[in-house]
Ligand binder design. Structure first.
Ligand SMILES: [Zn+2]
Length: 284
């Protein structure tokens, strides 16, 4: 596969103070829309799959599709596992050819999160694969995992240095007020906390649950040290909205190419918008 380690992409973003999209793929149309938008925008790109998306698409299809999608491109692309749930899952993805994995130990106690993350980092780094970990716990729903708002916890800046030193992780997902899925109200981001974490960590930070966060807040988060912004729900929504619109306009529509094609175009436009906001345009 024509892919690079995520650390290479994030290192440049960290040095030049912009962010790269961690864009989730759910099917072929998502992949095509995302890759075309990034290539036309001359933007580096992080393609990611959740474990649920891997089950839905099929892991061999993921690899073959990404291989095909990256065959004739000029931009650097990383293939990343989003929210790896176990050591075994991350190893499976590394064997498949992923250039980056996230190990999500955020639901474990602090010491256990360190232990699990460290184990993945040791194995992944020995084969040049990047690792993202999470400290603090996001609310909301991602695939099979739902965290109640009252159980969500913000990242504690005083834990960051110890976590990063003990794990050797390359990128850190932090909880500063965003949530997975669709927001009930307007999300309020804790920018002071982000600033403090960035000063302490001095490494690429990742914002999850960015769909539904205002463009201005995303820009501000990037200016304060976020180098990777995950987007999934926004793309799912524009794809589905386009299909709904077409079906309501034409009840006789039956050819999938006539609605999945426009759905793919809708994703492509949204990806281009996101790339502008993150500041990764023309950075490839
Ligand atoms: Zn996430």
């Amino acid at each position: 596969m024509n892919i690079v380690p995520m650390a290479d992409i994030l290192e440049d973003a960290n040095r030049k103070n912009y962010a790269v999209g961690g864009f989730n793929i759910n099917n072929m149309e998502f992949l095509q829309g995302i890759i075309e938008a990034a290539e036309e925008s001359k933007s580096p790109l992080i393609l990611q799959t959740s474990e649920g998306a891997m089950r839905y698409i099929g892991k061999d299809y993921v690899i073959s599709m990404v291989e095909a999608a990256t065959k004739n491109i000029t931009i650097p692309v990383a293939l990343h596992l989003d929210h790896g749930s176990s050591f075994a899952k991350t190893m499976e993805c590394i064997r498949l050819g992923y250039s980056s994995v996230m190990i999500d130990g955020s639901h474990e106690p602090f010491a256990e999160n360190i232990k699990l993350t460290r184990k993945v980092v040791e194995a992944a780094h020995s084969v040049g694969v990047t690792v993202e970990a999470e400290l603090g716990k996001l609310g909301g729903t991602e695939d099979d995992l739902t965290v109640d708002e009252k159980d969500a916890t913000f990242t504690k800046p005083e834990e960051v240095v110890e976590f990063v030193e003990k794990t050797g992780v390359d990128a850190l997902a932090i909880a500063i007020g965003t949530a997975h899925g669709v927001y009930q109200g307007e999300p309020e981001l804790d920018f002071d906390r982000l600033k403090e974490i960035n000063e302490k960590a001095n490494m690429p930070l990742v914002l999850h649950g960015a769909s539904g966060v205002s463009d201005d807040d995303v820009r501000r988060a990037v200016s304060l040290g976020i180098n990777k912004v995950n987007v999934n729900t926004d793309f799912q929504q524009v794809f589905t909205a386009k299909l709904r619109q077409l079906f309501s306009e034409d009840a006789d529509l039956y050819d999938p190419r006539k609605y999945c094609g426009p759905g793919r175009e809708a994703i492509k436009e949204k990806v281009k918008e996101k790339i502008e906001i993150l500041g990764s345009k023309n950075k490839a």
